[in-house]
Design a protein around this ligand. Structure first.
Ligand code: TRP
Ligand code: SF4
Length: 405
């Protein structure tokens, strides 16, 4: 499948196994995945090795967290009929590709990925000066390159990882994408374009490769495109020769940035397990209601008659995610004029969150009652992923000269 802009229609994304998901995870990623299934061929996986890179000391319940997360995926509407759902460590080809890529990955590239230092700062209590943690983005590159996706749906925090993935693919192709005697074949092809063109090509190629002069690149490209007396293969070869890349073995993907509403937690900070301010997808609805009824509001509204400022209130953040314009206007007016009480204001939020969760929770019951069925879905997904992964790995090994048959 190829879409209008020439990108292929495959996407890959992973999520670390954090256990039961909350509304922040849902609005931040999962809901988007569910939508993408309609448009793309999707590979979604549990990134359990990635979890180990930071939480190796408390990995005991990692598989339990993975199954819990998978149940939430299915309940939220990921459909194993249209998406391949699998667990990273059950497709060990990812590890081999990671290893092979590590051979050509400069250390400095990994050291300057912004999340490397950031996370070390943020998770100070953990010792993240490990080999595995440094390799985090490269493991992610292997996850991605394995399936040759056109797009990788991620949030802002993961963009640098897709960037390094592109650089790795480019470097790999440059080093290993050359057929034997690439240069002499290219030179032979070049002669077929005539003396004058060949001289022009050499000049332009030099200017492009040595000085990065884009105009020269364009001139040489145009010259090649206009050639009528060379074969398609020769033309391809010459394009590769010109640009300095080789044959495309690994495909450079693009980021598909997930636009997400900022999902606040019950206390106004970002919703996160570690802040204890979450509403889980499988949270009983009575508990959801209670949590919202007791969540803090603008502290200026001590008494019902005191006016407030929605912008200073976490409930308003929920209205921004869940309410339509009319309701938002009602909140704004009611709050600033003390026309409504906070409990009244929370009513539509409780309503909206519960109606969002209800169908998810109904589906979850079915999956909770059928753990074997859930395992089978993942088993099928792993098998499908593996057969795709083997193809890429074969090509990669071949390109590197590791062919023993
Ligand atoms: N690092 C990603 C995160 O923390 C998870 C991940 C692992 C991923 N491999 C991936 C995301 C490949 C997209 C593609 O969210
Ligand atoms: Fe917050 Fe609504 Fe109360 Fe205003 S009326 S402080 S927005 S809960």
């Amino acid at each position: 499948m190829v879409s209008a802009n020439g990108q292929n229609n495959r996407i890959v994304s992973g999520m670390r196994p954090t256990g039961r998901l909350h509304l922040g995870n849902y609005h931040g990623a999962l809901k988007n995945w569910v939508q993408l299934q309609h448009e793309f061929e999707c590979f979604f996986f549990v990134a359990d090795w990635h979890a180990l890179t930071t939480h190796y000391e408390d990995s005991g319940d990692i598989s339990e967290r993975a199954w819990d997360m998978v149940i939430d995926w299915l309940s939220a509407g990921l459909n194993p009929g249209s998406s391949t759902l699998f667990i990273q460590s059950r497709v060990p080809e990812h590890a081999e590709l990671h290893l092979l890529l590590s051979m050509v990955t400069p250390l400095s590239w990994l050291e300057r990925v912004p999340t490397y230092k950031d996370q070390q700062e943020k998770l100070k209590e953990r010792d993240l000066s490990t080999y595995g943690f440094l390799g985090y983005p490269l493991l992610q590159s292997a996850d991605i390159l394995m399936y040759k996706p056109g797009l990788v749906p991620v949030g802002e925090d993961q963009v640098s990882h897709v960037e390094i993935t592109r650089e790795i693919a480019r470097r790999f192709n440059h080093i290993f994408g050359r057929e034997p005697e690439f240069e002499s074949r290219a030179e032979t092809a070049l002669k077929k374009t005539g003396k004058k063109n060949a001289r022009l090509f050499r000049d332009m190629r030099k200017r492009w490769q040595e000085q990065g002069d884009e105009e020269s690149l364009e001139v040489a490209r145009a010259m090649l495109s206009a050639q009528q007396n060379i074969t398609k293969g020769d033309r391809e070869r010459l394009f590769g020769y010109l640009e300095g890349g080789g044959r495309e073995i690994l495909v450079e993907p693009e980021v598909l940035l997930t636009e997400t509403p900022k999902m606040p937690g019950l206390d106004g900070q970002k919703m996160s397990k570690s802040y204890g301010n979450t509403i889980e997808l499988r949270e009983p609805l009575e508990s959801v209601e209670k949590k919202i009824r007791t969540m803090p509001t603008d502290p200026a509204r001590v008494r019902r008659a005191d006016p407030g400022t929605p912008e200073k209130c976490p409930v308003w953040e929920f209205h921004k995610v869940y309410s339509d314009k009319d309701t938002q206007d009602w909140v704004h007016k009611g709050c600033t004029t003390a026309g409504i009480g906070c409990l009244e204001c929370k009513g539509p939020v409780i309503e909206a969150v519960c109606s969002e969760l209800k169908p998810i929770q109904e589906r979850a019951k079915d999956y909770e009652n059928d753990p074997e069925g859930v395992r089978r879905i993942i088993q099928d997904g792993c098998e499908n992923a593996r057969s795709r992964a083997r193809e890429t790995l074969d090509e990669t090994r071949q390109a590197m000269g590791l062919q023993y048959r």
